[in-house]
Design a protein around this ligand. Sequence first.
Ligand code: DGY
Length: 324
Amino acid sequence: MAHKPKVMITRKLPDSVLDYLNEHCDCTVWEGQGSIPREELLSVIKDYEGLIVSAGPVNAELIAHAPRLKAVSTVSVGYNHFHTQDMLAGGIIGTHTPYVLDDTVADLVMALMLSSSRRVAELDRLVKQGKWQRGAIKEDQWFGLDVHHTTLGIIGMGRIGEAIAKRAVHGFDMELLYYNRSRKPETEEKFGASYCALEDLLRRSDFVVLMTPLTPETVHYIRKEHFELMKPSAFFINASRGQTVDEQALIEALQSGQIRGAGLDVFDTEPVSPDNPLLKMDNVVTLPHIGSATSRTRYDMAMLAAQNLVGALTGGKAYVVPEL
Ligand code: DGY
């Protein structure tokens, strides 16, 4: 019988994904709550050639405990938990799950734009608290700002950025500005998008959407001086990673009225602390990092992660992360 590589799966996966993995690998699944604790992982990893994770870090410490490890597959498109230099040095292949979540994350970004500017979450609370009484408050106190026919600035024009652009331009008649490491002539053509300097984008946009991946270069990419450039009527939306923003600067920009509101799926520390001032602000819509969390997309991500691992271990097809 062909050798089946030993694989450790650090979180629950759908049964049919496990069936697929079991056909190709000798699998052990962490059966506890959530993801396997770090100490536990470090103590068992020595026997395994493959690993499926959704968080990290996958670093020199882990690799030092894993003499047989050949491939790590993350059930996410973001791979900031991969310490790619350590993985390169250890000869470990790292894979991720691009493409399958683009539309789902783009939908959520639209939801954050709509719910922050039209005050959906805030007014939902108000109605449920029985505060919808005619004449009790001036009606215009509930007014929001439009999304349609406004200007959207996307920072980080990758596949998800393009999926947002499609919705915004074709569905909401928005004008599109973007800032990216490199210009994208096709995107400009498709969406009538204008490439501009970051500062210019911040000055002109009604909605600033941050989609840049978290890398050592993008930690606190958006800071105090950037919020200072934004319009007082503008909304800041983040569905990438919390650490791409200086969260304290964001809090101060919201508290001082420098910007109008925010829609946040991600935070500097996750789960976010209940004491975080962002949670006390009516003009901020907060979500628990659920950008890709629909049943279908999470299934597709799990299956792709499984296929990636099998591919990486057998010399087949796999979405290896760009740096590796
Ligand atoms: C990703 O895939 O990186 C999303 O943030 C969901 O975790």
